[in-house]
Each structure stands twice: as C-alpha cells, then as structure tokens.
Design a protein around this ligand. Sequence first.
Ligand SMILES: [Zn+2]
Length: 248
Amino acid sequence: MKIIPLSEGTFTIDNTKLFVPFDETRDTLKERSTGSLLVEIQPFVVITSKDILLLDTGLGFEKNGILQLHKNLTDAKINPSQVSKVLLSHLHKDHAGGVGQEREGLGTRLALPNAKYYIQRKELEFAFEKGFPSYITEELECLRNSSQVVLTDGMGDIDGYINYEVSGAHSPYHQVFLIREDSEIIFFGGDEAPQLHQMKTRFVAKYDYDGKKAMELRQKWWKQGEEEKWTFLFYHDVLNPIWNFRNS
Ligand SMILES: [Zn+2]
C-alpha cells in the first residue's frame, strides 16, 4: 500500500482550542501561552489495490478559495473525485474541518464528491449535542442525511479488509482503523495514537475524554503493533508521520 501524508502545517494549541500556525524558522514555543502544544495536522492518503482512502480531513482551511485538502491531494497527483473512501476517527474540528466545503448558494457539501464517508453514528450524534468549541456543527451538517455517509456502530469491517472499532478514549465514540493488504497492516489511531513519543511513554493527557484508557490503549496497540509489524500513522507528529516496525 502506498501512504501519502498530506501535511497542513505545524500549529500550537492551548486551552482556547484555537490552532495557531507555527513557523519553526520564525516562531518560538516560549512566545506562546504556557501549556501550548506543538502539533502537526496531517490527514493521510492510503492507496490500496481497491481504493484511494483518506484518513481524516484536516482543518478545512481555504486559500484563494481552494480547500487546502484539495490542493494537497492535487499536489500528490490525486484528483479529489478519485478518493473512494474517507475514514473518520472522530469529528473534532482539526480532523473533520475538511469534510465539507461551502458552495455558493448551495451551503456546505461533502468535499470528496465520489467518496463514502465512514463515521461512528454516536460520534455524529455526540458532536451535535456537544458543539462548540470542540465540534463545529455547521461544518458537520453535510454528514447528516447524506447517501454518501455510512454510519458505523461499534466494530466491524469495510469490504473485508478495513477493520474499525470504537476505542472511545479521546472522545467517547472515537474509532480506530486497521487496513490489511497482502502481508501489510496499517494502523490509524487518530487522536488516541497521535504522536510517536506518546506510544513509548506512559502519559495521561488532559485533553482526552478518558486519559487513562487512552494510555492503556496506546500500550496495547504498541505491543500488538510490534508483534504484528504494523505501520502506524501519526496525525499530529511533526517529525514521524509514518512509523514502521519492519524497518525500525
Ligand atoms: Zn480530537
């Protein structure tokens, strides 16, 4: 399988939950408020023999009227209309900002016109209950009542080769994915496996819904990943977007 990270850049985030662009050549972390975290925002494309998959959708920022997600896909030589499945870990704004796109006079429409979008049914319900600032419901409206959206319940598989499972530690209905082809296994843990260093240390994060559970899950996945030679995709890792136990 071919993996392409679609970096949207590096940002800091603090308890205001705003993502502020961070330029390593110009900015220093000390100038940002205490407790600011440095994170990458990067959805992934995974090209399999059956699909062009997109894993989470980024912030949904636009530049000159073009969605950054579309620009990054195009730069990777992928037409947005070729994406066949969008796998969504959860709907926080930095993961689901790019699900939709404003079309003049039409409101927000799904940004990948030919893709099926997979999201846990209860995560979508929870997003609308909870709302701002973690969820931006206006941007998520296009996921409701669309024939392109497949609402998942608990655990299961998609076309026999993609497994999903509610992990529920970062947000109560967060889901993770395993993609298997030939002898390769790719793991996407969304915000429950966001960065390499968190996999290697016992770390309870304040921003998780259930921090202890997230820590325990990370340890479980890291061990299983080592045994089964998984490839990990780290959505928020500045230096290590892709980590492979085969080559490490
Ligand atoms: Zn999140």
